[in-house]
Design a protein around this ligand. Sequence first.
Ligand code: PLP
Length: 498
Amino acid sequence: MPSPHDPHKPAAPAPLTPPDGQYKTPLFDAMVALAESRKVSFHTPGHKSGKGISTRFRKFVGPKIFSIDLTTLDEVDSLQKPKGVIKEAQRLAALAYGADHSYFLINGTSGGVHAMLATACRPGETVLVARNAHKSVVTGLILSGASPVYFSPAFDPKLQLAVNVSRDEVKDAIAATPEARTLLITSPNYYGLCAELRPIIEHAHKQNMTVLLDEAHGPHLRFHKGLPISGLEAGADLVVQSTHKIIGGMTQASMLHAKAGHVNLDRLAQNLRLLQTTSPSYILMASLDLARMQMATEGEKLLETAIFLAEDARKRINRIPGLQCFGHHDHPHLDVTKLTIQVRDLGLTGFQVSQRLNSEYRVQAEMADPFHVLVIISIGDRKHDIDRLVDALQHIAKDSIQSTSDRPITNPGIPPAPGQRILTPREAFLADHHPIPLHESAGKTSAEVVTIYPPGIALLVPGEVITSETIEYICRLTDFGATIDGLDEGNTMIRTVK
Ligand SMILES: Cc1ncc(COP(=O)(O)O)c(C=O)c1O
């Protein structure tokens, strides 16, 4: 059955049964077997299965976790050169996700983004980049030396958000940049808004381009038909996912998936060896092995519950006066497990509502912006968690409408268009630079990546001319309480090329 949300999406793969091997967790099993064999260890890590760890740490987390905090040994294979249980765990991940090859990442999706760019682009080569990219894309451009040409998604005045790039925007950008051989897009965006991946990727492939997808927020998409199409189903060549953000990976544990064809897999493996540590955390890697098993064997059922909880919360939030939470009727390519709650009619900013949720109701949101609070619903949520969120929002809305409805929130405006690109990000980053006051920086070339965090999307990129519109926008956002990354502590100084 095709997805009700995305006509291009094939039905979710039937839960894979034991013959497919998806119930197996080869890496985790080998780790447990090694821990239980109680060998005497004269190797790293120095805490020696927890015997040397601080007592407070051991008391809090319990002793067992330290027995599987291992190092590269024959029994548990090597991430740098997998030929045993890690190789098998990665093969099972590739099978579950529909990739030709999958790689475990232990320094987050950022590391995978860096490896994708380093593999697809040579220094100086043009890469077409959708501007709603995370900071890791900019740092990947610095590392690879590639020369970006940006195109931006539209701003939706009703949602008060930048939506994802449309197929026409991508087609126009490709037509205007015929020298680009690589396209990098981010989908879903932080708010769960997805690009129309299938037609976009088909068009890019017809132009003989390699498509790199930052799918940090989409490691679950493949496993439920009610969610938008995943990058691999849509034909992307390299896809990186934050297993830790949305499903059962531990923080920093991500995956990179590759389709052979447009990509040189030898070079990709070489880049991963260069970028990843030689001492990877086995606990993080085991969490990838187990998260894949969980998704492949019961992902559909678990996601069904998460979607049900999210849709129920959305309905209840939309009944609260002053709050709106868009759904897939407003945006057909939405990951409905993300709740973007528009709060401007309360006379409060998203930052203020997020702070009140936290300090008064002990409810922690993922992110806030001037007009919204973003909540992620996942396979870890339960009905009582949703009730806590909705009750807290009801209280805040009631108080605020009574006390502040005559104080409209000023609009920080639309993120300004990027300034002219004078240098590549790498050239600007490596050039001599110095900090100058932000208010005197108009016309200078940025040597810094300046982002609002979260979501970590770049307002300024090394090599771009700083415009007065961008300076004003940054100042308005700081007044709102946004965290700006890439300026000094007081948000007054910026590094510019000398
Ligand atoms: C779209 C996107 N890409 C990449 C990243 C980087 O992921 P990680 O934190 O796993 O390195 C993030 C993190 O927030 C993100 O939102």
